[in-house]
Design a protein around this ligand. Structure first.
Ligand code: K7E
Ligand code: CUA
Length: 663
């Protein structure tokens, strides 16, 4: 049976052409480098040794964030963020379900794009990593002590939360921008009246310096363009934030044609310090809103959802001198600022040139009022007055740029499938290297901070075709690791990624590894259903709810025999892992439970529910091979008919658990 339609072949052929053009001319002898002994040595991390860097790579449509080691490319962990993860029970356990609540209800999936690590004095500090969800606009904060998602906040008045999540130099703010212009606030109106009536929300979330908690300090109600990507200023420009826009035409249909009419769109330059001062002094207007704010409590081992009801909205017209538009080659995608803060790079994915703006020229132009009119009252700075220069024909389809500390920029070209290294001052191309294929983002550890780490570059590719063993119609997406310590880029390694890798954040391992959590203190556990010793374990019936306060320790559950449960009951397994040892989780699964199994870290309490449908004696067991007696870590629940009068009883070794201690 044929599974593929003909038209698909036609499309595939065209995209193959696009994906491979430029290939032969840009191919270097170095491409076989991955096979050379030298490259192998550079990525070899001997058994028992550690990688030098962490890489946090977004999972795109998987909704998650994966943790890799560099240079080995080894996958350490997938951190569940916006999607349920049965491996860890995330989004299935009663405690984690609130993390996925939104104003649209419980959403088990998300589209994660841009991770960014918190910064102190313009350097990545390894405290938290933030990542945006594009589809149902949200920003998450992940702890780099526990490697768990600690907070998710929904972004109101937005749609396609794409120009997100980027952190200012001292983690004052994490910023989120809407990709789609939408009615602000949402309302029922004709689509073809979009022009002038939709808005683009840019949201500034304040970060608590001690605990990292986020709240929306203000939302800027910008003209109804599409805000695609963003970058905070650095160093000299650190008071500013830059956003690429497209569809300044404000078209609403056949966008591939209608939103590409203007020769230039803009980079929006926003003095966030000024706006921040304005709102601190009482500026802005509170408007009704409805968005979920989900917070994880590490002591209660539980998430809670608060529905926030208002947001502070700022109108750009009320803060003169804080908003400008910089004309930029057609439909730019990437928006990147170099470590000095002077150069603002807009990658016009449809244009033959890349636009590089100068921050100092921008300040001068503002002073001189070198404007070419305005857009909805926001001054448009004259192109010549702000442009530092253009990079002509550097490649096809420029998307994203990252920087090293030596004045070099590295740009990805989606269509010509290459990474191009160029000097940011003289705009000369230094090197180019093919990637396989259709590269999106690239990442240099610290490469969007003041202090890039000049050793590695990771290119993240959309298509791999024949690079790996085939695995059916879908082949893995992949990353490619380069050594950038020399003049020429050297390809070291291909490694597959989980989901589609849009952007990544990298950091030296020593900034994180020593403070990584080893367990949760049982003493600090305030979970209302915790049993902190076997003596505290019990089973309590409340109507048709049965609450089991269960403990786990190598290698048994307490209690491990439970009777008196009936068909029609809703059974809550509240399970506490009593271990106080590093790396000793236990799991628990119950036959017929249609939530997930749980994997429970030492000192933590977690809950799953089970609604038995059939009478019988049903076993549960530990899912994580925890000791030589792991296979013995099991128990039984007796389920009687719905009309049974059997009382609840529970035992361990045929005694009530802890009975001996009580005597
Ligand atoms: Cu270019 Cu979402 Cu940053 Cu992907 S985006 S490539
Ligand atoms: Cu506990 Cu296996």
């Amino acid at each position: 049976m044929k599974l593929i339609f003909k038209p698909f072949f036609a499309i595939a052929a065209v995209s193959l052409l696009l994906a491979s053009c430029g290939g032969p001319t840009t191919k270097k002898s170095g491409n076989s480098g991955a096979l050379s002994g030298n490259a192998a040595e550079k990525v070899y991390v001997a058994p028992g040794e550690h990688d030098s860097h962490y890489a946090f790579i977004s999972g795109g449509f998987s909704g998650q964030l994966s943790v890799y080691g560099l240079p080995s490319g080894r996958l350490f962990r997938v951190i569940p963020v916006f999607s349920q993860d049965p491996e860890k029970g995330y989004g299935y356990s009663e405690e984690t379900k609130p993390m996925l609540m939104t104003s649209h209800g419980f959403i088990p999936w998300g589209d994660s794009h841009h991770p960014d690590i918190s910064q102190t004095n313009g350097s990545v500090d390894g405290r938290w990593v933030f990542i945006n969800e594009n589809n149902t606009p949200r920003i998450a904060r992940i702890s780099l002590e526990t490697f768990e998602t600690e907070e998710i906040i929904e972004i109101p008045n937005s749609a396609g939360n794409h120009s997100s999540s980027y952190v200012t130099e001292n983690s004052e703010y994490v910023v989120a921008g809407t990709r789609f212009a939408v009615p602000f606030p949402q309302r029922d109106m004709p689509i073809n009246e979009m022009k002038g009536n939709f808005s683009g929300a840019l949201s500034f979330l304040k970060i608590d310096p001690e605990h990292g908690n986020m709240n929306i300090d203000f939302q800027i109600k910008m003209p109804g363009f599409n805000y695609d990507k963003a970058h905070p200023g650095r160093n000299a420009s650190s008071d500013w934030f830059f956003f690429t826009t497209y569809n300044t035409e404000e078209a609403h249909t056949l966008m591939e044609v209608n939103s590409s009419q203007n020769d230039k769109d803009y980079i929006a330059a926003i003095n966030w310090k000024k706006v921040s001062e304005y709102v601190a002094n009482g500026g802005g207007e509170m408007q009704a809103a409805n968005y979920a704010h989900n917070t994880w409590d590490n002591d209660a081992h539980q998430a809670t959802t608060v529905m926030e009801k208002e947001v502070l909205v700022v109108n750009p017209m009320d803060i003169p001198g804080a908003f400008y538009f910089l004309p930029t080659a057609k439909s730019p995608h990437g928006c990147d600022v170099d470590p000095s803060g002077e150069y603002i790079v807009g990658s016009g994915k449809l244009a033959a040139t890349m636009t590089i703006h100068s921050f100092s020229k921008m300040l001068k132009a503002i002073e001189d009022k070198a404007f070419d009119g305005d857009a909805y009252g926001i001054p448009i700075i004259n192109f010549e007055a702000v442009s530092y220069g253009t990079l002509d024909q550097p490649g096809l389809g420029p998307l994203h740029t990252e920087f090293d500390s030596r004045g070099n920029a590295y740009t990805t070209f989606f269509i010509s499938s290459e990474v191009v290294k160029w000097n940011i001052k003289d705009l000369k191309i230094i090197d180019r290297h093919s990637v396989y294929y259709s590269v999106g983002h690239l990442m240099i550890p610290g490469g969007n901070s003041r202090t890039p780490d000049d050793k590695y570059l990771v290119a993240m590719n959309k298509i791999t075709k024949d690079r790996y063993l085939p695995t059916g119609p879908e082949v893995c997406q992949s990353a490619q690791l380069f050594d950038i310590s020399g003049e020429k880029m050297e390809l070291l390694l291909d490694f597959p990624t989980i989901g589609e890798p849009h952007y990544a954040a990298g950091i030296a391992a020593e900034k994180i590894k020593d403070k990584s959590a080893k367990l949760f203190n049982l003493e600090d556990n305030t979970h209302p259903y915790a049993a902190k010793s076997e003596a505290e374990s019990k089973v309590v019936r409340k109507g048709n709810e049965v609450h089991i306060y269960m403990t786990m320790i190598r290698s048994h559950f307490a209690p491990d025999n439970i009777e008196g449960v009936k068909v029609g009951d809703k059974v809550f397994f509240h399970v506490t892992n009593l271990e106080q040892d590093y790396d000793v989780p236990h799991g628990i699964s119950m036959i017929g439970a249609n939530t997930s199994e749980l994997l429970i870290m030492p000192g933590r309490t977690t809950t799953f529910t089970w609604e038995p449908k059939q009478v019988g004696v049903w076993p549960f067991y530990c899912t994580d091979f925890c000791s030589a007696l792991h296979q013995e870590m099991q128990g039984y629940v007796r389920v009687s008919p719905a009309n049974s009068n059997l009382p609840i009883t529970y035992t361990l070794d045929d005694e009530v658990p802890g009975a001996e201690e009580e005597l």
